[in-house]
Structure formats: C-alpha cells, structure tokens
Design a protein around this ligand. Structure first.
Ligand code: RIB
Ligand code: CA
Length: 342
C-alpha cells in the first residue's frame, strides 16, 4: 500500500505463458493491488490464446469480474515468433485445462489501455510480455500516457546473457521495434526487470514440494502447469526447476526493496546480429538522461517469502524455518547479483 494505504490501480499486460500465470496469481493474491484489467499481447502464445489462459487464472480465483482484452496479434514490423516451445502449445504447459465458458475475452486491448489511463487515477502498468500493445497505445495517444503512474517491464538484460539469442531476452527480441519505441517515448522511467535479476528466481522442486505440502490444491495446479517448463529448463540449461521471470516484476512493483539497480539510458537494438538487445549506457557515452532503472540485484529469499505467503498462504514461524532450509545462511537476506546501486 502507499502512504494513504490505498490499493494501487494496475493493468497487467502479458502473454500467458506459464510464468505470466504465476505472476497473475501473485497479483490477484496481493491486497495492495487493484487489478483494473488484463491485456494480452502476441508473445509466448498468440494474444487470443493468452487471453483464454488469463481467464483460466481469473476463474480459479473467482475474479472473472476483471476484464481481459485481446491485444496485438503480431509485432510492429518483425514476423511473429511465439515461445510455445517453452510454454507448450496451449501456453500453460500443455496442461489441458478446460476453457472458461462464463465470459469471453474482449477485443481492443490498446483502446482499453488508453481509455483506462484517461478515466482512472494513478494507473500503473506492469508489462510481462513484448511491448507491442504498449507501443501501439503510446503512439495512438501520448497524452493518455502522461497520466501513467509507474511502469515495470519484465524484459531485457544488462550483463546477463540472452535467452533467445546470445544477447537478447525474448520479450524485447520478439518485438524490438516496440521495445525501442517505448524506451524512447514513455514519459516515465521504465523499471527494467531483466534477466540479470529474474534468473535468480527459480521455482525449485523443493519449493514446489513445500507449496504442495501446505496448499495441495495450489501446489498441484502449479505442478501441472510447470511440468513442461521444468523439462524445458533441464534440457536447455540443466536447471532443476524453472526460472519464473514475470512474478518478480509484480513482486518488485509491490515491494521495490526486493531489487536494486542503476538509473541509466537504455536503448534497444532493432536490427542486425544484436537484434532485441538492451544497450544500457552505464558509462554515459551517449550523454542522454536516464530513461530506465535497470535492476541488477535481487533478494531471492525476500521474493520467495512474498510469493509463498501470498500464493501458498505460507505463515510464520514455519515460513522462516523453511526459507532457512531453502536458502542457507550464505545467501539469506542478501541482495544477490552484480552492480552496486547508482
Ligand atoms: O524472457 C522471459 C520473458 O519472455 C517472460 O516474460 C516470459 O513469459 C516470456 O514472455
Ligand atoms: Ca511473459
């Protein structure tokens, strides 16, 4: 909550997507947030499919009152390349969950973003997928975006290697023109939750086992949608578990102390071998004012404390006992990662 203890108005722009689903679950379980709507964009899966997946999460939490709007079906310029190899054909680990019949997704994500920014107060946007919707909306009505409160984007990377090219992270690689446009034109600072910090957030088998022990229904659901993702991570990077990028963006929006970073000017490469790479001007070569806060360190244990308490209902003093098991003293209560704060 902010000073007045008010819920913070937020739109989640996403491409569900397994980690997007976990991020939606965290957001819906967090009393600080008033989720005004969900917009889906072409990314992990086509936007229309992502919208159906978002409805499945909303239904599980009895929140079909929250509208879901379908956004852009293809990037601004590039051919659309999904990430269904990572998230499954259905975008939820090929878990075969039944479709939501009670409500349908609505068209017009871009219009919803701009309308809501104009009609509501203090609206923030947490972007968990490619920035195509945001770029289209910003281009269509820049005045609306001058009312934007805060903007957090899961995407990019500072010093970490890419996940879909040696140097590029998927969200910004999928639509580099949109990312470049947003980084050049958004009127507020972009909080960039990139791979440097999200790679520290691993849903490990022991953590999933804890969730299953204390909240079997949630645990089994998470196990169902992440099995595909676990297999992908083992085959691709011999990681036991799965990196859950998007929930960190939501957690950071709720509690900014979970990450530290640098205020830098960031540009996005839109062509060539480095297509989609975020180029963060750490040394000020380009003498441009910072347009982003590039998060470079994160409190992994602090994130997991928030995630487990909200999504699995973990309670003290058990939660602290289990976190001591999960994160031995060596890295507890510490901000992990690279660069110091600015
Ligand atoms: O590169 C990771 C990001 O791309 C995550 O948001 C994941 O869901 C995909 O959208
Ligand atoms: Ca995503």
């Amino acid at each position: 909550m902010n000073a007045e203890n008010k819920k913070r108005n937020v739109i989640l722009d996403c491409d569900p997507g397994i980690d997007d689903c976990l991020a939606l679950m965290l957001a819906l379980r967090s009393p600080e947030l008033n989720v005004l709507g969900i917009t889906t964009v072409c990314g992990n899966v086509p936007a229309a499919l992502g919208a159906k997946n978002a409805l499945k999460i909303l239904k599980r939490y009895g929140r079909l009152d929250i509208p879901v709007y379908v956004g852009e079906e293809k990037p601004l310029r590039r051919e659309y390349v999904s990430a269904q190899d990572t998230h499954g054909e259905d975008g939820m680990g090929d878990s075969g969950l039944s479709e939501v019949e009670e409500v349908s997704p609505l068209p017009g994500a871009v219009d919803f973003l701009n309308r809501t920014l104009k009609e509501q107060q203090e609206v923030s946007v947490i972007a968990l997928g490619p920035l195509t919707n945001v770029a289209k909306a910003l281009e269509a009505d820049p005045q609306a975006w001058r009312r934007l409160r805060e903007f957090v984007s899961m995407g990019g990377n500072f010093k970490s290697f890419g996940n879909c090219s040696p140097v590029a992270e998927y969200n910004y690689w999928c639509d580099p023109d949109a990312a470049a446009f947003v980084y050049e034109n958004l009127p507020v600072r972009i909080h960039m939750i990139g791979l440097d910090v999200t790679r520290k957030i691993v849903l490990r088998p022991d953590i999933l086992e804890y969730i299953c022990q204390i909240c079997p229904e949630e645990g089994e659901f998470i196990r169902k949608i992440t099995r595909f993702y676990f297999d992908f991570h083992w085959e691709q990077e011999e990681v036991l578990g799965c990196v859950i990028n998007d929930p960190l963006a939501v957690a950071y929006f709720i509690d900014p102390s979970l990450c530290r970073g640098l205020d830098l000017y960031t540009g996005v490469a839109v062509e060539g071998i480095a297509l989609g790479q975020t180029v963060c001007d750490e040394k000020g070569f380009w003498k441009k004012a910072p347009n982003s806060r590039v998060l470079t360190q994160t409190d992994t244990e602090g994130f997991m404390r928030l995630f487990l308490s909200r999504v699995a209902g973990a309670e003290e003093p058990q939660l602290s006992r289990v976190l001591r098991q999960l994160y031995p003293a060596a890295c507890r209560n510490s901000i992990e990662g690279g660069q110091q704060d600015a």
